[in-house]
Design a protein around this ligand. Structure first.
Ligand code: NAP
Length: 264
């Protein structure tokens, strides 16, 4: 790797809009070369040209539908074979399908494939290389809805997976030069809402963040080595309290006999 390319290559999924496009911009600004992944090739190409020119970086594009098994494998092959990869941002994702009884089952499956399966497979594709080179990071974009199912169990369930998966991965890589971070965006002004059939303007303005602020904060959290980054959380002690309470709760869930209230 030459001095100019010393940051290596960042792979950003869902880079064609919203949070992913901001990551692409910021990471190019930090000196990463980029591999941009999403379905809309025209938007990726346009962004690649702009970022390549603005930041003098190498930017390539992989047009792929991450709900399609063959496309996911194609991306896996490309990024696992590229030993310049130092960062993977698993950002592609979609919501909607809030009511299970009336959900479009195929759309729900596509959501699970993008939010969960592709994120897992792409992580698995780059992790051995990162560990072998003992450097780099994996950033997984979850959601605050990992902790609240009131907007539907399918999306919330996928994001709870992302949190648990990433926390475990963070423990797995402890002591190596590889960082792992899960980001918990709250309501963020992007196309996501309209695509999910919701109106972000129905929310109070004071709880809606813009994607630039969200990504800038998440990158500060990454640089600090945070496992869990919650950009909107004003009181960081609340996260420690929550994680501590969860651990204590887990510790009380094992016994050799059922609790007395379940006596037949
Ligand atoms: P967005 O503007 O709709 O961006 C979603 C990105 O994912 C797009 O680039 C889209 O690209 C890509 N994508 C969707 N389906 C795909 C597929 N089948 N294959 C490949 N790429 C696909 O929304 P966003 O808010 O930036 O979302 C980014 C992440 O943030 C998601 O994981 C979302 O769950 C999470 N998040 C968002 C919010 C929020 O309020 N906005 C809150 C919490 C978490 P193509 O359409 O070109 O494929």
């Amino acid at each position: 790797m030459t001095g100019k390319d010393k940051m290596g290559t960042a792979v950003v999924t869902g880079a064609s809009s919203g949070i992913g496009a901001v990551y692409a911009d910021r990471l190019a600004g930090q000196g990463y070369n980029l591999v941009l992944v999403a379905r809309r090739a025209d938007r990726l190409e346009e962004l690649a040209e702009k970022l390549g020119y603005t930041y003098d970086r190498k930017v390539s594009v992989i047009s792929a539908d991450l709900s399609n098994d063959d496309d996911v494998r194609r991306v896996e092959q490309a990024i696992s074979a590229d030993d310049s990869v130092t960062l993977l941002v698993n950002n592609a994702g979609l919501g909607g399908q809030q009511v299970v009884a009336t959900a479009d089952a195929d759309a729900a499956e596509r959501m699970i494939k993008v939010n969960v399966v592709a994120l897992t497979r792409l992580t698995r594709a780059v992790l051995p290389g990162l560990l072998a080179r003992n450097r780099g990071a994996i950033v997984n974009i979850a959601s605050v809805l990992a902790f609240d199912s009131s907007f539907g169990g399918i999306y919330s369930g996928t994001k709870a997976y992302v949190v648990n998966f990433t926390e475990a991965l963070h423990r797995e890589v402890a002591g190596t030069g590889v960082k792992v971070q899960v980001v918990l965006p709250g309501a963020t002004r992007t196309d996501f809402w309209e695509l999910a059939g919701s109106d972000i303007d129905q929310l109070p303005k004071e709880i809606v963040m813009n994607a630039d602020d969200l990504v800038d904060a998440a990158l500060v959290g990454l640089a600090r080595g945070e496992a869990v980054t919650a950009p909107a959380l004003a009181d960081a002690a609340k996260l420690d309290m929550f994680l501590g309470a969860r651990q204590a709760f887990y510790g009380s869930l094992h016994a050799d006999k059922p609790a007395p209230r379940y006596a037949a």
